[in-house]
Design a protein around this ligand. Sequence first.
Ligand code: F6P
Length: 369
Amino acid sequence: MDERIDPTKIKRIAINTGGGDAPGLNAVIRAATLAALERGWEVYGIRHGYRGLIDAQEFVSLTADSVHGITHLGGTILGTANKGNPFEFPTKRADGEVEVTDISDTVVRTFHEKKLDALVCIGGDGSLRIAQKFINKGMPIIGVPKTIDNDLSGTVITFGFDTAVTTATEAIDKLHSTAEAHERVMVVEVMGRYAGWIALESGISGTADVILIPEIPFDMEKVAEKIKRREASGRHFSIVVVAEGAKPIGGHLMTRGPKEAGREVLLGGAGQYVAGEIARLTGKETRSLVLGHLQRGGGPTTFDRLLGLRFGTAAIRALADGQINVMVALDPPRVKTIPLTKAIETMKAVPLDSDVVLTARSLDICLGD
Ligand code: F6P
């Protein structure tokens, strides 16, 4: 597989956004488009993941005008999809049954028919894994790491994460007053899939009393002890942050229904489970809420805007330098490129000896162990 492209031959590139949206996507689209136009390249947007390479209506031209005034906007002007993986494409048969087929060859054929020289693929681990499969079929790709979960290896941070943590922290701040007024335990479930970054960083910043993350299977007795200790010291309320992927020791991931074809299983229920157990073990009045997609919504923080703009221009600089099949990554103070294979090799879980975990422990935050 060729890992370089002759940059003097680049005339047309395309951009797509895949997987769950993350604040900062539009900043990347704008930056990549303007940086490519500046080099005299034509730029196209492939709407809804790869749908733009299956359905002509979803293939759009990107100009300076079409990316005007979008840096601060949440969502993505290209739309996204977290089902519709072309390698496992769900199609409804005449009898109503869903059949999974591999339509990746159609995508590759259309990519070449449209005379595209490279694709800037903005995605998280799922979308970048799909991108790698297209690389294996000869499509030149530059990856841009996006996900609120911050679970991609090779980059210190993904854009979208800072906004999600900010939203979660603000929510935890607000829960304090109502928890204290009613002398209740408030349990808040946050996103993050199999990584505890959002829970840990928002929980520490929002001064939670208990934070449960997937990397540390929890013991409900330990959680109850912490709440009882607070009670005994005159603190009659507690805030508990639970990552959606957290599970009890010896227990299993909590999911919402069976896995659908061509998409990740949906997680959910951990917060409600923990709230029920706290009520049973402590006798305290307990409420739970799920922050859910609020964490993905709204405009990006300054950090995510800037990171998105830096990633977008870096992707085009990498292409102009002849690089393909790499992902741009933050390695402060630089944005560098790494082979895409490295980014998807392993999930970036919270290291148990990291300073954030040590900080939580020093602040007497119970991590459930
Ligand atoms: O990966 C981003 C994410 O928001 C996860 O944190 C969450 O588990 C999942 O996507 C939710 O997916 P959906 O948008 O399909 O509900």
